[in-house]
Write a new protein. Structure first.
Length: 182
């Protein structure tokens, strides 16, 4: 019996279908596991140099965070180890401070591990006297690689009268929330 030119194609298609079904069956049969997640809370303190006034200017923001409490699917993670850092904010004034500490942040966990959150984009909203800046990115290295990282800073709106004092507004306190969503 002579093979038609279509027979090798049909045979290849059958082998491809068997391979696809085998791979699909293997992925369906794989055991499911809970996604990793961590939520940490703490306080944040900002220092502005020079102080904020009503006139826009480039200001260096120095941030000191304390994040002593974490709830995690990894029981060895109970807090975040922080250290102060600084970043410039152009056109900052008492009426407009867009916090953007960079598109990459490294979270250092108390257990010696770390998570690098990359591609952070920030959104700042002001509602009912509260300023909230939320940065969202992806964990690209370390613990929780592949998860979503969400960092949120919350501050009360500043009293504009403080911006009229000599030296302007030089500091602000708030809260911080760090979430890893697997």
């Amino acid at each position: 019996m002579k093979k038609s030119p279509a027979q090798p194609l049909r045979q290849a298609a059958r082998w491809l279908a068997v391979a696809v079904l085998t791979v699909a069956g293997a992925s369906v049969a794989a055991p499911a596991h809970a996604a990793d997640s961590t939520t940490c809370t703490g306080t944040t303190q900002l220092s502005y140099t020079p102080g904020l006034t009503l006139t826009p200017q480039t200001v260096t923001v120095s941030e000191t965070d304390s994040v002593p409490t974490c709830i995690s699917t990894d029981p060895s993670i109970t807090s975040v180890i922080t250290s102060p850092y600084s970043f410039p904010v152009p056109n900052a004034s008492c009426n407009n401070v867009q916090l953007d500490p960079g598109n990459v942040l490294v979270i250092h966990w108390n257990n010696g591990q770390s998570s690098t959150v990359s591609g952070l984009t920030y959104v700042t909203t002001v509602t009912a006297g509260i300023t909230q800046t939320t940065g969202t990115g992806t964990v690209t290295a370390g613990r929780f690689t592949g998860a979503v990282g969400v960092l949120t800073w919350v501050y009360a709106l500043v009293n504009p009268l403080l911006c009229l004092t000599p030296g302007g507004l030089t500091g602000q306190n708030g809260t911080i929330l760090a979430q890893i969503i697997g």
